[in-house]
Design a protein around this ligand. Structure first.
Ligand code: SAM
Length: 363
């Protein structure tokens, strides 16, 4: 599987699009907003740039894309106007892999500009947006050209499926039944990818530049902990059911593994320390209920909530699953996955774990 070519969220504005199924990620952006605000405020006050360059990495498409950067601009604008400083220009880079629905972002920009200008007032300087297709596991921007880098719910994707996962059998990610060799292969790939990411960003950030990254992760040091693996174990269960029904071959399932890694804060800190270009300002764990569409409508709400979880997982995982299994099984797979999730959510209250790190590039 060539992750660079295959990975993207479901585009467009349909029922299974990321644009219509990204409330979870929106909630996470809001939850971690104080950390991003603290970082960008401190950066603005210490550098007072006349052109402020912000990059959002793994921006996807849909309401979250422009929401994340507009919140950052608003924070800077509040401070700038309080200090009675002159208007500044904002250069905004929106990055994602080439398969991302960049057209949807570009089409949304005119309305965004109009509304944002109305909201912020005539004193708002130019906000210049540029789409940057490419992998963040490589260089994206010129040297020392970016002040602030933001990334939410993207960096847990690896650059490739680790090598040496043949013994992972009917699992699709790390699981309790995965042999030690599989756990090691995943960790090795995370270490390589995350250190490469840090090296590239260290080149691109100005001295004293900031980076705020939120990943799906875990608080436990056990990489097979339920905190990070459960949602994928349930998808593996649904895929195994599809195998039992004869809709896909067993070998097809056994040759599929996800290019993801959900690290602990310790694992991230180790790589940041080894790379050596950044100071950690803060590293924080937060949790968010799977049942993000919580409507307090007891059993009915829970049932609908379970199917919603399957839907937002479909918006994220469908393209990569289609590339391996084909399109024909998708409806059946996600109905089964929804049923499994509904059943589990009736018995327990699972949560996603997020790790957010705020970093400053050393001078
Ligand atoms: C779940 S979406 C998050 C989107 C948005 N940041 C949000 O919070 O709603 C993850 C995004 O990361 C992107 N992504 C994954 N690996 C990437 C890579 N190596 N380079 C750039 N983008 C990547 C995916 O294509 C996807 O659009």
């Amino acid at each position: 599987m060539e992750v660079f070519r295959v990975l993207h969220m479901n585009g467009g504005a349909g029922d299974f699009s990321y644009a219509n199924n990204s409330l979870l990620q929106l909630k996470v952006i809001s939850m971690t907003r104080p950390i991003a605000e603290e970082a960008i405020s401190s950066l603005y006050c210490s550098t007072l740039p006349t052109t402020f360059t912000i990059a959002d990495l793994g921006c996807s498409s849909g309401p979250n894309t422009l929401m994340a950067v507009s919140q950052l601009i608003k924070t800077v604008e509040n401070i700038r106007t309080n200090l009675c400083n002159n208007p500044i220009e904002y250069q905004v880079f929106l990055n994602d892999l080439p398969g991302n629905d960049f057209n949807a972002i570009f089409k949304a920009l005119p309305n965004f500009h109009e509304n944002f200008k109305k909201e912020m007032g005539a004193d708002l300087g130019p906000c210049l947006f540029t789409g940057v297709p490419g992998s963040f596991y490589g260089r994206l921007f010129p040297s020392r050209s970016v002040h602030f880098i933001h990334s939410s719910y993207s960096l847990h994707w690896l650059s490739k499926v680790p090598e040496g996962l043949e013994e992972n059998k009917r699992n699709i990610y790390m699981a309790e039944t995965s042999p030690a060799s599989v756990l090691k292969a995943y960790y090795d790939q995370f270490q390589k990818d995350f250190s490469l990411f840090l090296r590239c960003r260290a080149e691109e950030l100005v001295d004293g530049g900031y980076m705020v990254l939120t990943l799906l992760g875990r608080s436990s040091e056990d990489p097979t902990s339920k905190e990070c693996c459960y949602i994928w174990e349930l998808l593996a269960m649904a895929l195994n059911d599809i195998v039992s029904q004869g809709m896909i071959e067993e070998e097809k399932l056994e040759s599929f593994n996800l290019p993801k890694y959900m690290p602990s804060p310790t694992e991230m800190s180790i790589e940041i320390g080894k790379e050596g270009s950044f100071v950690v300002n803060r590293i924080q764990v937060s949790k968010v209920d799977w049942h993000v569409y919580n409507n307090n409508d007891e059993s009915n709400g829970l049932r609908a909530g379970g199917y919603n979880v399957a839907k937002y997982m479909r918006a994220v995982a469908e393209p990569i699953l289609v590339s391996h299994f084909g399109e024909a099984i998708m409806d059946e797979l996600f109905i089964r996955y929804g049923e499994i999730i509904v059943d589990r959510m009736a018995k327990e209250k699972p949560e996603f774990v997020n790790v957010t790190v705020s970093l400053t590039k050393m001078k």
